[in-house]
Design a protein around this ligand. Sequence first.
Ligand SMILES: *Cc1c(COP(=O)(O)O)cnc(C)c1O
Length: 420
Amino acid sequence: MSLSELSGDASEFPKKGADREQILADIAELRTGDAKWRSGKTFSLIYNTADHDLEKFLEEVTLLFAHENALNPFAFPSHAKMEREVVNFTLSLLHGSDGAGTMTSGGTESIMMAVKTARDHARDALGIAEPQIITATTAHPAFAKAAHYLDIEHIRTPIGADFRADVAAMEQAITDRTALLVGSAINYPYGTIDPIPAIAGLAASKGILCHVDGCLGGWMLPFWERLGEEVDPWDFRVDGVTSISADVHKYGYALKGASTVLYRDPEMVKKQYFLLLDWEGGIYGSPAAAGARPAAPGAVAWATIRYLGEEGYLRLAGRVRDATRRIQAGIAEIDGIEVTGTPAMSVFEFRASDDSVDISAVGDQMHDRGWKVDRQPTGLHLMLSPVHAEVADTFLQDLAEAVKNHGESRGEVASYGGIG
Ligand SMILES: *Cc1c(COP(=O)(O)O)cnc(C)c1O
């Protein structure tokens, strides 16, 4: 029986082992419904360099570490060294070379760790038993998730007309239990950089911590700046910034499972570690949330950075900038839609600029043409990769037609991540 004939998911445990050819054929068939990301028609989820040599190379490195376990750095010192170097490389990129940090499985885990560190710092050093954190409403849901998991209060403050955090609103929200202020560089929905110097200065004046979420911007803004673009200050050069999260598996172009969480004060990372000294199984220590963890992502992150170097990242950033400029200029020429606010780099929303355009119906039309643009409550969302420089013109042609003849919306719900 072919898998496509199965109406539902298998539920019975397989009695016998299957032939590997059969399993591979089943996988091929199962994947026919997956997003065709190589075409450049997907926007988030995959950061597509369109560099096949790099892809092949990263697959080779993945195989080298496919079986290893990063749980124990003493068993695989090669891997531990690679992870330390990825952290060092990222610290140096973000002007925090005197700091310290760890790798994690992704932005969500990095944010969770930064929030845990802030919670424990508040309890140990500030005497706050029930700490709270403050973010703008544009901050990534990982902060709400972290607050939920760690059982601390999360206050969300509004953004201003410029789609950046409203610092006055943050200041008003501060109480004697506030442990951490958060800014994003950049945020996901609008791609803007929050006023980090003001947020970090406010945190410093209250003696509390300031985390900058550089998950998305952390591996692009430094190169954007080197390309000569104006980038508002956001990294460790800003006084009062105490920690930063930056995902190597986003614009660092590594494969999924690679992020960093970095602290200005190298002592601070110790608050992140978990240690159990008196376990029946011996001393148990781990730097972040996972126990046993795959080794390939760290090795691949290290190999990607070595392979591309600053030159490679600049070349790719140039392509992303080219795609961004062309697509934003094209959107400006289409009547009835506009880019929302002033995005800082290559991630942005576009929305209807007059009542004749139903942006959700435009999204339906684009989906029918194979473009997996993301939907937000107020518009459609693009996250551009190097591959998009190759498809910018066809994208804009399809978009112009979709806006002209969009018809009725199918009422799709805006969603991100795991729930669609
Ligand atoms: C992607 C993202 C995160 C979370 O990272 P994951 O790797 O998806 O867990 C956090 N913040 C921003 C701004 C992001 O875009």
